[in-house]
Design a protein around this ligand. Sequence first.
Ligand code: IMP
Length: 193
Amino acid sequence: MKLVFATNNRHKLEEVRAILGNSIQVLSLNDINCHDEIPETAETLEGNALIKARYIYENYGCNCFADDTGLEVDALNGEPGVYSARYAGNNNDSEANMHKLLQNLTGENNRKAQFRTVIALIINGEENIFDGIVKGSISEIKKGDSGFGYDPIFIPEGFSESFAQMTSEQKNSISHRYRATEKLNDYLRKKYD
Ligand code: IMP
């Protein structure tokens, strides 16, 4: 089976291919010659994942899936959530995003947060949604320098290190994206194996 994953992010592609295995060929947007800027205008992670998957299904006629991830902080009513990539304004400026988040949590004792990934799958017009959550807390200061995004300030539940202090194998074995992709994998196995 062939499935387009609506991304060109090499790390995401590698991670997803490793989980889905050889029986599912995962193609990137480059592989189908899609170089479009797909708008992410929804106000929820589910909405954005669906916009991207529907765009590919409708314009390229491919079975596909798309993901969207956000960091949801309890004391900030779920912010930055769907706006995680552009919390401080410019897209994907991780330093500015973390700085803003730490500022907004100054003096706050409730540091609880979670990463949530939503995957929208469309096969022959049938839509399904899967999600993966990792609970944790926001540290007072940045720790570690691997990973990306908010990794230096996110401490997963049950650990004392931040995501940025873990090896990629360690992080990937408990991450939100891993958990959502495992659900996608289970669904595909039950339905198509
Ligand atoms: P995306 O939907 O995967 O592009 O994620 C949106 C934003 O959430 C990214 O730009 C990062 O700021 C943040 N993010 C997503 N996944 C992670 C992660 O595993 N660690 C840290 N930050 C992440």
